[in-house]
Design a protein around this ligand. Sequence first.
Ligand code: ADP
Ligand code: MG
Length: 487
Amino acid sequence: MDESIKEQYQVVIGLEIHIQLLTDSKMFSSDRAEYGALPNTNLSPVTLAYPGTLPRVNKKAFDYAIKLGLACQSTITDLNFFARKSYFYPDLPKGFQITQDTTPICRGGFVTIYSNEGEEKKIPLIRMHLEEDTGKSLHGMVEDITLLDYNRTGTPLLELVTAPVITTGEEAYQFLSEIRKLVRYLDICDGNMEEASLRCDANISVALKESKLLGTRVEVKNMNSMRNVQLAIAHEIERQIALLEAGEPVIAETRHFQATSGETLSLRAKETASEYRYFPEPDIPPIWVSQEWIESIRKTMPLLPRAYFKKFIEIYGLSHYTASVLTENKAFAILFDELCGHTTYYTAAANWLLGPVKGYLNELSLSLDSFPLTVDRFVALITLVESGMVRFSVAASQIFPILLQDLETTPMALAEKLDLIQDNDQVNLKALVEEVLTAYPDKVAAYKNGKSGLLAMFMGEIMKKSQGKANASLVSKFLEEALRSTK
Ligand code: ADP
Ligand code: MG
């Protein structure tokens, strides 16, 4: 589509994010809430909504919701009611969903997003409310039959709703990435979009820029990665603009994203509030969230990603880029912070984490929890390189892999045993430089006449003579000095 047409339109996007809370039991029963169990094993008559069963509220789910609320500076609701929302699909056997309608646990607050160019934007939140999840309908496993797995039925969800202020798919991506980091740092959700423990619906509308009214919103569901959210939004914006340009209306509906074609397809007409027919849940008393309760949660709040990010830049002098990559993952941020309590080679520590450590974990699909190097040995390894004893590439390729297997030997002892200590003896190195330059007088002359590429050849010869052990940065310094002083 022509950019000049697109520029005439304003795009407005609001996100609804469903956060599956990592509680042991379900929102309104003691059934287990674990992921990946055999189908229909985590259920009881309460989940199956047998007559006479009664719901009971999960306190942990409130704790977790309050945590995220505090992290986003939301107002925490003191008097909480639950409501029934009509729901006529077989994956919720009660025929309604228990949710918070008039009293969401969190109101207001915001999440700050950061563009790649370092610009900040505050995305205001409308609300976050607690509710129960539906089960899973499995189509296509048996021909013409839909199977139902009720394990997920009744597991706790926190639904977060943003104000309609997001304007591009890129911003939606950044927002999701901040939310995913937050829930992981807070340990309230595993943040896995592929396994649907974090789900995002995008509400999208477009209108001519001069229009004072917002356009008709379309809700897009079914995007199981952050990238797909971005793609779905881009597609939906173009589709809506094309409709308006052709003089056709945008219909308020729910569409779903088809990853294979990159398109959104109509699913159903958008439900209206009157179809939900909310009414107060008579089986759950009001839940009072006291100031003491909120304060007890506040005390458990960990350092959040942004706080680490600032600390890494301001105290450890990292670049914005390195700090943002390190804080992407909570375990990396914590380990880096810990390392910096034991060494002042901050940049080197960051490079080790983002280079060899990340590489090792990725190769074996491990998480940092199973990383075997203790902080002490890690610091010893960093110091070995930074003090010039062993070259980084040698330490990374020859010492590091052994340290991961052999949990006893120190990095220094290993370097000695493997004969990897480099030659830092200045007299020795200067003599080597002289030796090589004297052996190639014609090459030295050629270098002086502008063949600067010969520097690498001299370096190579010297390193070869030292059997790879000469301290390369010292050699390079002495070599340049020697070449400058020879006529
Ligand atoms: P529902 O459950 O009916 O979808 P919610 O209140 O949960 O309603 O969510 C509404 C979402 O739609 C919010 O994220 C809000 O920001 C967004 N929204 C509202 N109006 C518009 C609009 N005109 N264009 C795009 N998004 C909108
Ligand atoms: Mg919605």
